[in-house]
Design a protein around this ligand. Sequence first.
Ligand SMILES: Nc1ncnc2c1ncn2[C@@H]1O[C@H](COP(=O)(O)OP(=O)(O)O)[C@@H](O)[C@H]1O
Ligand SMILES: [Mg+2]
Length: 389
Amino acid sequence: MKPLRESRPGGAEDRKPYDEAEFEALLDAAVDGIIITDHTGCILRLNKATERLFGYREEELIGQSIRLIMPEKDARAHDRYMRNYLRTGQAKIIGIGRELEARRKDGSLFPIALSIGEARLRDRLHFVGLIRDLTAQKRAEEEALRQRELMNHASRLTTMGEMAAAMAHELNQPLSAITNYTAACQRLLARGDAEATSDLQRALEEIGSQAHRAAEVIQRVRDFARSRASGREAVRIAALIEQIMPLLQLDARSNRVELHIRIESGLPEIHADPIQLQQVLLNLVRNAIDAMQSLPEPERRVDLRAGMLNDAELQIEVIDRGTGVSEEAARQLFTPFFTSKEKGMGMGLAISRSIVAAHGGTLDFRNNPLAGATFRVRIPVGQPLQDEQ
Ligand SMILES: Nc1ncnc2c1ncn2[C@@H]1O[C@H](COP(=O)(O)OP(=O)(O)O)[C@@H](O)[C@H]1O
Ligand SMILES: [Mg+2]
C-alpha cells in the first residue's frame, strides 16, 4: 500500500482525480475483500483484504474463475446461474447481498456476507463483489446460543432444587408404605399358614406398586432436569401442561396450595420447545406459590388457565392471591438476579421471558384488583416463528 500525499482537507488537491496507484492504495485499505470480475466471473482485480481472507496471492487469482473461491456446490451452480441471470435479469445475489460460504486456498470453508453490484464498463458487464468475513460473528452467535442453553439448564436445576423439599415429601409416602408392607410380609411368613399366603401375595403386589410410584416420581424429575438441546416441534398446550401436572400438583400440595387448572378445549397446536415452555410454567407457578407463603392455608390458591386471547394468540395465565408485586419490584422483575427472596436466584422470570420471546411471544404481569398478581404468557399461533437466536 502506497502512502497518500498529505494535503489540506477541502483543498483543491482533494478534488483532483486519483491516479491508478492512489486508487489501488485506497482499495487495499478497505477492511472487506473487494473482487472485480467480468461478465463470465473471471477475476480481473482484487484488493489486499481478499488475499488475506482467502490465503491466495493476487497473481494466483487474477484471470481465474470466481468459482475457485466458492464451495463446490456453489461453484457447480455458478455458470448456470450466470447464464440465467444474463438472459433473464433474475438476480439471486446481484444487487441484493447474502450470507453464504467461501473457500480458502487450503480448501477450508468460512462464512461470509457477500454483496455484488454490477456496472457496464467499456461496453461489457462487470461485477464488483464485497466480501465480509463473518467467522468471528458466527462464533460469537454460537457461543451466545451455548451460553443460553447452559443458563436454561442451570435454571432448570434451580427450579428442581427449589422443589426438592416437595419431592422428598412425595417420595416419602411410597417408601414408608413399602417399609410397612415389608414388615407385614415378614410377620405373615413367620405365621406360615395357608391364609397367610394370599395376604402375602397382596402385600407384595402393594410393595411393587408403591415402588413403581416412587420410581415414577424420580423419572419425572430426571426427565425435566436432563440437559437437552432445545428443539421445536408441534405442541399441544393441553398435553404440555398434563405432562407437568404431577410436578405442579406435588409442589402445590406440599405448600398447602390449591391448584386449579382450566384449559380451553380445541386449542390449536403451536410450534414450540415443549420442555422450555414447561419450564416457564413451572417457574410462574413456583413464584405464585412463593408469593402466598404468609397467607392462611385455606386462602392459598393458584389458577392456571390456557385459552385463546384472539384468533392469533394463545394465552396462559398464572393467577395467585399472594402479596402482589410492589411498585419497586415491578421495575426490575425481569432483570436477571433480581429477587426479593432470601434464597432466591432471581433468574426465573428473566429466563422465562427470554424463552417466551424466542417463541415470538410476550410475558408480562399485572396486579389483581383484590389480591395477588397475574402473570400472562402470550404466544402467536399458526404462523412460522422466528428461529431462536
Ligand atoms: N407471583 C408473584 N407475586 C409477587 N411477586 C413475584 C411473583 N413472581 C415473581 N415475583 C417477584 O419477582 C422476583 C423475581 O422472580 P424470579 O425471577 O422467579 O426469581 P426468584 O423466584 O428466584 O426470586 C421475585 O423474587 C419476587 O419478588
Ligand atoms: Mg422464581
